[in-house]
Write a protein that binds this ligand. Structure first.
Ligand code: ADP
Ligand code: MG
Length: 427
């Protein structure tokens, strides 16, 4: 696991160098206050190019950026929930006054994406055979082994167990010159969310059939892992990625405090004008799909923008869809993660229609056509899901719950005339 080296046992006051695409652009340090309310300060080095800003919201400037807590862009890839608590507790036992900045110092050198904090990484990441992972997932200990190898390299957010790995052969990404992670391996806890990887796999299938751009993904043969190819890997390094939480000026804890209408406003605010219409259409399809498959986890961290740099001529676009799950298969009373028309209840068709027309600027015929596309996509994925249930007994229970959720969600949110829907139990 992560080691506490002498360097990690620093005093509470410290400065963390911040790099963008390997270039030292500034530093982060703690200022006044205590605990959650401790202020942090980020300052750019002199003469940094505007293309190397740490965030779209923090352009290069002479005065420092102060923030109560850790600035959202640096908080973005921190582990969340009990994973974060467990790590903090582990370190607090060993180091008095261990705080969020110290945690960043430990995981910062190996964070996901174009920004790294703390020491320069010295060792290249070890490689893993994705092919082997896909086939040999029966062994209980394999994920533990992966954690063992990769924990120190895994600055990646989220609540479910996951590691960043580097493929050592095959696939397009391994031809790249840099030595960072290429894939995210997502596992699940059997006692809490059984068959989560297979659940996500079929939700991603539905998204693909609904016409969305989706992160490339594969399910291991025993259903233990979902292996997702990183969409922020480019020829010479990593693309910029900022989730909608950061773009709303919020930290991870506030990921449920917003609305899908606000997501549409983010697209209008940050994307170049020629990219907006397409991105708003994708957002609409994504929200429609989320309501139809009853994905109660589509919060601000599960949408993001990708860009090559932060200069005036930056090419900023919507990131592919990721992290789609039918959450009502586990929590039957679950509701939406963000508000739509002022409520988190699963919306009726009319509300979704209004969202498409007003917030996403779509025409009447376009809304109808896109909703049909989503319903068709769900039917296609449902047929595959049913086939998979016949082959994998362990998935029967969750699979049945998913189909019933998709039926309910589609009828409530996508269709204005319920009679046109053939129940998924019959596909
Ligand atoms: N394909 C991908 N490429 C690059 N970054 C990704 C990709 N998928 C997820 N991420 C990043 O990793 C984070 C965690 O992944 P996610 O699939 O959302 O896991 P969880 O189910 O735990 O929320 C995301 O919030 C996003 O920042
Ligand atoms: Mg997520």
């Amino acid at each position: 696991m992560i080691e506490l080296t002498a360097a990690n046992k620093g005093v509470s006051y410290e400065r963390l160098p911040v790099r963008v695409s390997g270039v030292a652009v500034g530093y982060l340090e703690s200022a006044s206050g205590r605990g959650k309310h401790r202020e942090h300060l980020f300052r750019y080095e002199p003469a940094i190019s505007e293309r190397l800003a740490v965030s779209l919201n923090m352009p290069v400037r002479a005065q420092p950026y102060t923030y109560e807590g850790i600035h959202p862009i640096f908080d973005m890839n921190m582990p969340e929930g009990h994973l974060r608590m467990a790590l903090m507790n582990m370190f607090r036992k060993a180091v008095a006054g261990f705080d969020a900045l110290q945690l960043l110092r430990v995981i910062g050198p190996y964070q996901l994406g174009r920004i790294t904090l703390g020491q320069k990484r010295d060792k290249p990441m070890p490689g893993t055979s994705i092919q082997e992972l896909l086939v040999h997932d029966g062994a209980q200990d394999l994920f533990d082994d992966l954690l063992e190898t990769y924990a120190a390299y895994s600055g990646v957010s989220g609540v479910q167990p996951k590691v960043l790995v580097r493929a050592d052969s095959g696939g397009d990404v391994t031809r790249l010159s840099h030595r960072g992670a290429t894939h995210i391996v997502k596992a699940w806890q059997a006692n809490q969310y059984p068959e989560l990887a297979t659940n996500e796999f079929f939700c991603l299938r539905a998204a693909t059939y609904a016409g969305l751009d989706v992160a490339k993904h594969e399910l291991s043969s025993g259903g233990k892992f979902l292996i997702v190819e990183r969409f922020d890997v480019a020829e010479g390094g990593y693309l910029g990625f900022e989730d909608f939480c950061v773009l709303s000026g919020k930290v991870s804890d506030e990921k449920y405090d917003s609305s899908y209408e606000a997501c549409a406003r983010i697209i209008n605010a940050y994307l170049p004008v020629e990219r907006r219409a397409r991105a708003l259409q994708e957002l609409f399809v994504s929200v429609a799909l989320t309501t139809a498959i009853q994905n109660g986890d589509a919060h601000l961290k599960n949408f993001g923008l990708l860009y090559d740099h932060t200069g005036v001529d930056a090419d900023i676009r919507l990131a592919p869809a990721f992290d789609l799950i039918t959450t009502t298969a586990y929590l039957p009373k679950d509701h939406m993660a963000l508000m739509l028309a002022g409520s988190k209840n699963w919306p009726k068709h009319k509300l979704l229609y209004n969202f498409g027309r007003i917030s996403c600027g779509l025409g009447e015929a376009q809304v109808a056509q896109l909703l049909e596309l989503v319903a068709d996509g769900i039917s296609k994925a449902a047929a595959e899901l049913r086939q998979h249930m016949r082959e994998a007994d362990s998935f029967a229970d969750i699979g049945t719950k998913m189909l019933s959720a998709w039926d309910k969600g589609t009828m409530r949110s996508l269709l204005d005339d319920k009679r046109r829907w053939v129940s998924l139990a019959n596909v």
